[in-house]
Design a binder for this molecule. Sequence first.
Ligand code: MLT
Length: 304
Amino acid sequence: MYKVLTLNNISLAGLERLPRDKYEIASEIGHPDAVLVRSTKMHEMEIPDSLKAIGRAGAGVNNIPVDKMSDQGIAVFNAPGANANAVKELVLAGMLMGCRNIGPAWDFARSVEGTDAEINKAVEAGKKNFGGFELPGRTLGVIGLGAIGRNVANMALQLGMRVVGFDPGITVEGAWQLSSEVEKAGSMDELVSKVDFITFHVPLVDATRNLINAERLKMMRDGVVILNFARNGIIDDEAVSAAIKAGKVYAYVCDFPSNLLKDHERVVALPHLGASTVEAEENCAIMVAEQVRDYLEHGNIRNS
Ligand code: MLT
């Protein structure tokens, strides 16, 4: 029997790929052959000698000490692309939240009290503060053209936006899956200077930390909407906070709360919901469970 330790809620659809006559699966288990994990940070965990494989039910692997695992001969699998549609849809929501002021407008609407007549009067007076702008004809910059970035770029074209992308590491296959209407920027600096919205779909590594800092914010168009549904740390919160105060940034929508930004009216911060849909959780769990199973049973490593 192979023993599989689940560190977070892993969708049943994935666990069902590990047949019960061959696999014992539990959230507490001694001598596991494999770990299936979503968000638990594994850096401080004691790694059992029995461990052969880790499956991360998501795209990013920054909660796993990948180099250390490789040194110990432990294979790490992830699920690139499996949650791309879910993230894309939330990015669309984020763009609309940003340009239509949905966060502050909702706060305002909720705060209005009184009789129906009083509420109507207050709402009529207050709504002028929440007017916004529309997507068609605006330019979206997409940093990172992996599965999620490509999905976002292709969707934005369908919405009538102009799209500029930047990814020095795009694969040939990735380039084929990207609409030819997406303009390619030669550099980050070139991209940031010509967009109305900018969205990030890159992992957090040394090269992407503080990719957006005070200097790059200065290069941006006035009234830019910034979206970060990737990782906290890619954008320098302090610099964004200053740029919002200065009126340079129209809105910042991100998928993780931040102490520094939470009191800004023009910030919407979500609790890392990008991949939190039934479909994405199933897709991710299936993708990693199958990879872990193929590795344990046949030693196969496939690049999903
Ligand atoms: C990812 O890396 O794909 C996301 O962080 C997934 C998640 O929310 O678990």
